[in-house]
Ligand binder design. Structure first.
Ligand code: MN
Length: 680
């Protein structure tokens, strides 16, 4: 333990003074005491994990404050240390970092029905937004994951798979986004190892078998090239580029190549002292070998979003084998390996000059600048789309908040995405400053401003205008409340209703009776949209009781404060739209539930299920049907209802269908899905 701490200190001493290391010493002591007696599944004392995380951060050149936060990253979640104690002992900066890391762990990433790519983009964006104030939070989280995945073998198989999957889906792309290629590769290779052990071993074996011949060939190319570069008076050195196992596997799968084809391509990197040297080197390379058309990419002139800079080219090498060449300066090389962290390094002699880290880096500023700039989001969006193959569009609120919608979405969909009431009261919309019809199809990057009026109510034709299930069910619900559509529970009395205009006349919604209840009942009856898993507190200022329309607000101190929707002091204090959440009483409003149905295979079973559901008049938001390896059918679908009773009725209806083996409701995660307590 002690020796690991000494190693950490040694890493940091290269760039920092003893005085600056004081905070690391204190953090080590506090974390050591807090985790005392806890062990990892590997049998190691828990503090070894904290130390490894701090070492990962130090290796990336991060400062003592970040390393101290790394040592403390699990104390809020896993020990009795409180936020207040951290605050008094370490101050604001470290507390915010540790708290941020703890919060990421508690994100849940629901919505299992969207495609893999969208989910990935969503999660990355969520993480970016949540940590916008200080990107070091993500760096600590990544350092944490790096150590966890290195020690994954101690976990149960299902947990290993989940964590490995999540690493490939979220953390490796995040490392890539931040430009930290050395972490990205390591995360990917470990995850690959656990997810596809056979493929991993096969590739590793073949790589090992060919290593010697490969290296010999590379040395030849490298020496030849270095000589020619020297002749051309370019100061540079040439290195062979290691191939990462997961990278090889990806090429094999994505490009349909076999192992030998992938390995046949030699890859080298030229690192020159200066930027000008890069272009000179390129000239030298292209005069030695024939460049393959279409393969020259100048990321120096056009850096990637993650700050990556280099020139890439592929040439036809000797004995007609393609040779991939990356050319970059030493500085670019550092950025390529360490990404965003490279820009935090203290340069020699500057160690004492600027103690405070600039947490709002250019890269992040650029990113958020893009998000806010009405004219340039296409660039960011295109790049995100390229990176993640997304099929959704992103639009912006006038304040620059990003909202995600399916293609074809209208301003009404946007309005309902913000809040049901914004949707209900939508009068019209301005897109990029111009009035548009409600049927307008939003485009990637549009800035959408919703115009509302308190006197507005949904129209019947809105149901056909919107494309999102969320907006549609909310409109229907409101129309039912207004008596403009038959109610869910009473469809039989409206045989005229099949999506056509009903014959009932509109009437205003009856006011709901207000009931005084005790605290426990009140807590039981309140429902937070999307169930954030946070503690709910009722605001004292307006003391909401069942029957009052509600609004929720995520407070700075963990929790959701629930006010009456018309609360005046709420209207004054709540300025951050991102923190407003919908809250409803049981039986009012709508919430989503996902049901899993297991069915024995037989003809028409899906048709029978849908028929059984039809009289319930329930809105199905998403549905997915798969046949498992066991031959059973699995039907997962998400519905929106206003009460748990309705969900239970639907479950009983489905259970009665012949062939249905089991109906289960998706468990509300008491344990957040990203909680890595078991991994540390
Ligand atoms: Mn941890």
């Amino acid at each position: 333990m002690r020796s690991q701490f000494l190693k950490l200190k040694k890493q940091l001493r290269r760039s920092f003074t003893d005085a600056e290391l004081e905070v690391v010493r204190t953090a080590y002591r506090v974390a050591g005491e807090a985790h005392h007696g806890q062990t990892r599944l590997s049998g190691e004392p828990y503090i070894m994990h904290s130390l490894s995380v701090a070492q990962n951060l130090a290796a990336l050149g991060l400062d003592p404050v970040t390393c101290a936060a790394g040592l403390l990253h699990d104390v809020l979640e896993d020990t009795s240390v409180t936020q207040a104690e951290l605050q008094s002992q370490f101050g604001e900066e470290i507390t915010l970092l540790v708290d941020g890391v703890t919060k990421i762990s508690s994100f849940s990433f629901p919505d299992p029905n969207v495609t893999h790519e969208i989910k990935q983009a969503q999660n990355i964006r969520k993480m970016l937004v949540a940590t916008a104030k200080d990107v070091r939070v993500i760096l600590i989280k990544l350092a944490d994951r790096l150590h966890n995945i290195r020690t994954l073998e101690y976990l149960r198989k299902d947990k290993r798979i989940r964590i490995a999957r999540e690493t490939l889906d979220i953390y490796a792309p995040m490392a890539h986004r931040l430009g930290i290629s050395q972490w990205k590769w390591e995360l990917e290779d470990h995850a690959f190892h656990h997810l596809r052990p056979d493929d991993y071993r096969a590739i590793a074996r073949q790589v090992a078998m060919r290593r010697r011949t490969r290296e010999a060939q590379l040395v030849e190319v490298i020496q030849f090239l270095e000589k020619r570069l020297a002749e051309a008076e370019v100061t540079a050195h040439v290195i062979g580029r290691p191939k990462h196992l997961y990278g090889i596997y990806q090429k094999m799968v994505q490009q349909g190549k076999d192992f030998h084809e992938v390995m046949d391509i030699q890859a080298i990197r030229i690192i020159s002292q200066t930027e000008a040297g890069c272009y000179n080197a390129l000239g030298a390379v292209h005069s030695l070998w024939t460049p393959i058309p279409g393969r020259l990419k100048d990321y120096i002139a056009m850096p990637k979003l993650n700050m990556y800079q280099a020139i890439h080219t592929t040439v036809m090498g000797d004995n007609a084998r393609p040779l991939e060449i990356q050319i970059r300066s030493e500085e670019m090389d550092k950025t390529a390996r360490e990404g965003i962290a490279a820009h935090w390094h203290y340069k020699e002699g500057e160690a004492n000059k600027d103690k405070k880290l600039d947490t709002h880096l250019d890269w992040l500023r650029q990113m958020y600048g893009w998000l806010k700039d009405a004219h340039a989001p296409e660039e960011l969006m295109d790049s995100m789309r390229r990176d993640f193959g997304m099929s959704h569009i992103y639009v912006f609120s006038p304040k620059g908040e990003v909202k995600e919608l399916p293609p074809g979405a209208t301003p009404l969909d946007f309005a309902y995405l913000i809040h049901s009431d914004v949707g209900h009261q939508c009068m019209g919309a301005r897109v990029n400053g111009r009035m548009v019809p409600l049927r307008y199809h939003l485009q990637m990057g549009d800035v959408v401003e919703v115009l509302t009026s308190r006197n507005q109510t949904p129209h019947l034709d809105w149901v056909d205008i919107v494309v999102t299930g969320r907006a549609r069910t909310r409109i229907r619900q409101r129309l039912r409340d207004l008596g403009m559509l038959p109610t869910v529970d009473d469809p039989v009395h409206h045989p005229d209703y099949e999506g056509d205009v009903p014959k009932t006349r509109p009437r205003s919604a009856p006011p709901r009776p207000i009931r005084e209840v005790d605290e426990a009942t009140r807590q039981n009856l309140v429902r937070i949209e999307g169930d954030k898993g946070l503690e709910v507190q009722f605001a004292k200022c307006c003391n909401p009781m069942p029957g009052h329309p509600l609004i929720g607000y995520i407070t700075k101190k963990t929790g959701i404060s629930v006010h009456r929707a018309d609360c005046k002091s709420f209207a004054k204090s709540a300025r951050d739209g991102d923190r407003i959440v919908e809250a409803n009483w049981e039986g009012e409003g709508l919430f989503e539930t996902t049901l899993h149905v297991e069915i024995g295979q037989r003809p028409n079973v899906l048709a029978d299920l849908t028929n059984a559901l039809r009289p319930t008049n329930i809105d199905i938001l998403r549905a997915e049907y798969q046949v498992g390896e066991d031959g059973f059918g699995y039907f997962d679908f998400t519905i929106e209802t206003s009460s748990h009773g309705a969900v239970n009725r639907i479950m009983r209806t489905l259970e009665a269908v012949t062939g249905v083996v089991a109906v289960a409701r998706e468990k509300k995660k008491t344990e957040p899905s990203l909680n890595l307590a078991e991994a540390g």
